[in-house]
Each structure stands twice: as structure tokens, then as C-alpha cells.
Write a protein that binds this ligand. Structure first.
Ligand code: ATP
Ligand code: MG
Length: 469
């Protein structure tokens, strides 16, 4: 056959046909997935489906994490029962999703998601995700016309090859406790390697978010990314701009606030995805070492909090990610003669507006992020009753933590050095520890050190173009 024809046929083949699957069964005695590590609710669902005569498997991250000796965050079930049939088996069942109906089996607040085996569909190609938001479903209907429901379901084998990475496509069969591997996932798991199922370029074009999923799993699992899976990202990364910004927001949270934010950022950098997702922040972080240090310190902070079981807020994270750029523009506006408070407001607004074109940060997170920035101007101003008032602010704690991070990372390019010399963070740490008398004394001491008139609020703000931040 002529070479060009072979090339053409292989492109057509790769573009339209799913890869062939070959089943390898790993019997119970040859793997470490034990029923005692599976959530009792998931087990109950698996057994009930089996007893009703259906095939039932545990699949996805649950199986992968158990095989790796980890503690899965959720357990997903796949079955040949249709959602309606699942509903008939369970009283506590709710069907969700428009395009692909899923069954949610409810146990109080715990939900076990049961998905019917699904075949690959050309119509899925704008992002076949079990968790696609309803509004995306709607737009998909708009673009592709009505999708008929009855030919959507498939066999377990078809279900396996439409998944993203081989290690995410391992099926634990409740019938005999064996693991079914259609795509070489076990070998990749042993080699600690992420590999997309099928032709990587095709799979990224179907759903560009898979590039971010590669980053997330590489960071979380400490895996390498197979060459063939890594290579196309360099030229396909602009496809992420076609993904709805709301979906990218969800993915960014999973990436950066999932407990492996620092490692995820480094993977983003390796693939050049930092500048795709965060055009300004990524750019500044690459040019200013202290900006990068600051962003990584914020991510370390979140990672540590998550490891300690503490809560993390997207507002703080976005405040930190965007701060180097906000600070840069703020300095610029000051230099153009704008007073500090409006300069900070405008810099923050501009940076958020631009960021939201790619990753839609909801207002409930962007508003507190802006408050954290504003408070960076107010934290140095502690005279009179101000320190006490600031302490009462609901945003004080976040703003103070933010200040400590800034001091740790050191001044950004072009940032004035005052707060760094003044050890403002330490002052605030002491202030919080102090009793009422001591607090008064701290403020008095501060006022005494200032020039007369220097602490006269408005006047001082007007006179001092460059505040101590
Ligand atoms: P985590 O532990 O973070 O939840 P997970 O592997 O369970 O990891 P989910 O996003 O919960 O990831 O998705 C569940 C499963 O659905 C995946 O393991 C994968 O098999 C499949 N999946 C999810 N998103 C995609 C996608 N965009 N393309 C193909 N398959 C996907
Ligand atoms: Mg999951």
C-alpha cells in the first residue's frame, strides 16, 4: 500500500474508531483490593445489583487508589443495568443528568454514583465527562441536535475504552473480586505512569480538559506522564480556550485545592499550561522569582491545611495567584498618580476581569479576594482605634495570613520594601496575643514613633502616595 494511503487510513482510523481492547483478568489472589477497604455503602450497592442479576463493578479513582494502597475519596459503580433498572432495585435512588442519566443511591449524606456502561459516541466529543454540568449538556444539545438515548449504552469493554487514562479504567468485579483490565492499566499502575487510552491527540481534541486531568493525576499520584501522552500538549494546549470558563474553574479548584497544589503548579509549568490557564499570573511567575515563590508558598499553605484536615478557600488561593500581577499594576497606577485605595481597586478589577475570560471565578470568591488585597493597604495603618477595628473584620484572618505569606516570599519586583523592613506580620501576631492594656501600649508606642500629624488618617493617606505595603 502506498505510504500516504497508510498514513491517511491510520488518521481516519485514529480519528473515528475507538482502540481495540483486550481483556486481562487479575484474580483476587493476585491483587490487593480488599472488601474491607471499600465503603460499606458502595459494597451494598454492588451486591444488590449483582443479586438482581446485573453486572456490577467498582471503577475509576476508587479502584486505582485502592490498588495504590491509598484512601479513595469516593467510590463509583458501573453496571449494565440502565438507570431505570437501577432505580427499580433501589428505593433510595435519584436519577440525575440530562444527556447521560446517572443513578445516585443516597445513604444519608453519602452518595454512591452508579453509571450504566457507556459506548464512545462522536456526539460526546465536546467533553464526555460524568460530571459535565447541566448547562453544558444544554449547549451540547444545541450544537449537535437531539441525541437519542437508546443507543448510548454499551458493554463494559466499550465503557473502559472511552475513559481517559488506563489507570482510571480498571474494573473490580463484585462477582468474583477479580480486576478486569482492558487497556493495560495494571502495567501502567506498576510503572507509575499515566497513559491516555487510544490516540492521545484524538483524546485531547475530544476533551481538552484531559490535559488538566493529566496534570492533576501526575501530581496527586506522583506518576510520570507517558511520552506519547505528554507530547501533544505542547501544541494542543490552546484548545483549553474552547472549554467553558465555568468548567475550567471547577478543574482549577480540583488541581490547586485538591491537596497537591504545589506539585500541580510545577506540572502546569512543565507543560506550559500555567500561562494558558493564568495568562498574567503564569507570566509574572516565570519572570519574577519572588512572585513564583509567593504563589508556591500559597499552594504549600493550602496543601498543608488540607493534609491537616483544615478548610481552604478558593478566595484566598485566587487572591494569592493573582497578587503578583495585581501588585504590579497597582504600583503602575500609583506611579501614574492615582491614590492608593482606588489604585488597588482598579488593579484588582482589571486582573480579575482578564482572568475570568479563561477561568470564571464566581463573585462569591472574587469579592473576598479583593477585600484581602484592599486590606494589604490597611494592615500597615494601625494608629488610634484602627488596629482594633481591623481585628474585628471578618476578613482579618485571611488578610493577616496573606501578609505573612508575602513576608515569607520577600518583595516582588518593584514592590516597596517597607513592610518587609517593619516586620508588620510579627507586630500583628503579637497584637493578637496581647491583652487589652498591652494592645493600647503597642498602638501608643507606634503613634509615638510617628511624626506629629503622620497618623492623622485622611491627611496621611493623601500625603503618602506610597503606602507601606
Ligand atoms: P478522583 O480521585 O480525583 O475523584 P477519579 O479518577 O475518580 O479521580 P473523576 O473525575 O471522579 O476522577 O472521574 C471518575 C472516572 O470517570 C475517571 O476515573 C475516568 O475513568 C472517568 N472520567 C472522568 N472524566 C473523564 C474525561 N474527561 N474523559 C474520560 N473519562 C473521564
Ligand atoms: Mg472520583
Amino acid at each position: 500500500m502506498p505510504k500516504r494511503l497508510v498514513g491517511f487510513l491510520s488518521r481516519v482510523f485514529n480519528g473515528s474508531k475507538p482502540p481495540r481492547a483486550e481483556l486481562r483478568v487479575i484474580p483476587r489472589e493476585a491483587h490487593n483490593v480488599s472488601r474491607k477497604d471499600i465503603s460499606p455503602h458502595a459494597l451494598k450497592v454492588l451486591y444488590r445489583l449483582k443479586d438482581a442479576g446485573y453486572e456490577a463493578y467498582l471503577v475509576g479513582g476508587g479502584v486505582r487508589d485502592l490498588l495504590l494502597g491509598g484512601d479513595p475519596k469516593d467510590f463509583d459503580v458501573a453496571t449494565n443495568a440502565t438507570p431505570e433498572q437501577v432505580k427499580r432495585v433501589f428505593g433510595n435512588c435519584r436519577l440525575v443528568g440530562r444527556r447521560f442519566r446517572l443513578a445516585h443511591i443516597l445513604f444519608g449524606r453519602d452518595v454512591i454514583e452508579v453509571a450504566t456502561f457507556r459506548a464512545h459516541h462522536a456526539a460526546d466529543d465536546t467533553g464526555d465527562d460524568d460530571h459535565v454540568a447541566d448547562d453544558e449538556d444544554a449547549s451540547l444539545h444545541g450544537k449537535t441536535g437531539m441525541i437519542l438515548r437508546d443507543n448510548v449504552w454499551g458493554t463494559v469493554e466499550e465503557d473502559a475504552i472511552r475513559r481517559d487514562f488506563t489507570v482510571n479504567a480498571l474494573y473490580y468485579n463484585i462477582g468474583d473480586f477479580a480486576i478486569h483490565d482492558y487497556v493495560g492499566g495494571m502495567k501502567d499502575l506498576e510503572k507509575k505512569r499515566l497513559r491516555l487510552i487510544g490516540d492521545p491527540e484524538t483524546r485531547y481534541r475530544e476533551d481538552p480538559v484531559r490535559m488538566l486531568r493529566a496534570v492533576r493525576f501526575a501530581a496527586k499520584l506522583g506518576f510520570t506522564v507517558d511520552d506519547g501522552t505528554a507530547r501533544p500538549i505542547a501544541h494542543l494546549k490552546p484548545l483549553l480556550h474552547q472549554v467553558p470558563p465555568a468548567r475550567l474553574f471547577d478543574e482549577v479548584l480540583k488541581l490547586l485545592l485538591g491537596g497537591y497544589g504545589h506539585a500541580s503548579w510545577e506540572w502546569l509549568e512543565r507543560f506550559g499550561l500555567d500561562e494558558v490557564l493564568f495568562p498574567d499570573a503564569g507570566h509574572v511567575a516565570r519572570r519574577d522569582p519572588n512572585a513564583r515563590k509567593f504563589i508556591l508558598a500559597a499552594l504549600d499553605n493550602s496543601d498543608r491545611r488540607i493534609a491537616d484536615g483544615k478548610s481552604v478557600t478558593p478566595a484566598f488561593l485566587f487572591a494569592a495567584l493573582l497578587w503578583p500581577e495585581v501588585s504590579r499594576r497597582y504600583q503602575q497606577l500609583l506611579a501614574e498618580g492615582m491614590p492608593d485605595i482606588p489604585a488597588m481597586a482598579q488593579a484588582g478589577q482589571q486582573v480579575l476581569d482578564e482572568q475570568c475570560r479563561v477561568v470564571a471565578i464566581p463573585r462569591r470568591f472574587s469579592a473576598p479576594a479583593r477585600e484581602i488585597w484592599d486590606m494589604q493597604l490597611r494592615l500597615p495603618r494601625r494608629s488610634g482605634k484602627r488596629a482594633e477595628a481591623m481585628l474585628q473584620s471578618p476578613r482579618f484572618r485571611a488578610a493577616y495570613d496573606f501578609l505573612l505569606l508575602r513576608e515569607d516570599a520577600g518583595p516582588l519586583a518593584r514592590e516597596p520594601q517597607d513592610i518587609f523592613a517593619e516586620q508588620l506580620g510579627e507586630w500583628w501576631s503579637d497584637y493578637q496575643q496581647a491583652d487589652t492594656d498591652e494592645r493600647h501600649a503597642m498602638v501608643r508606642e507606634l503613634d509615638a514613633r510617628r511624626q506629629p500629624g503622620d497618623n492623622a488618617g485622611r491627611k496621611r493617606r493623601r500625603r503618602r502616595r506610597k503606602p507601606a505595603n
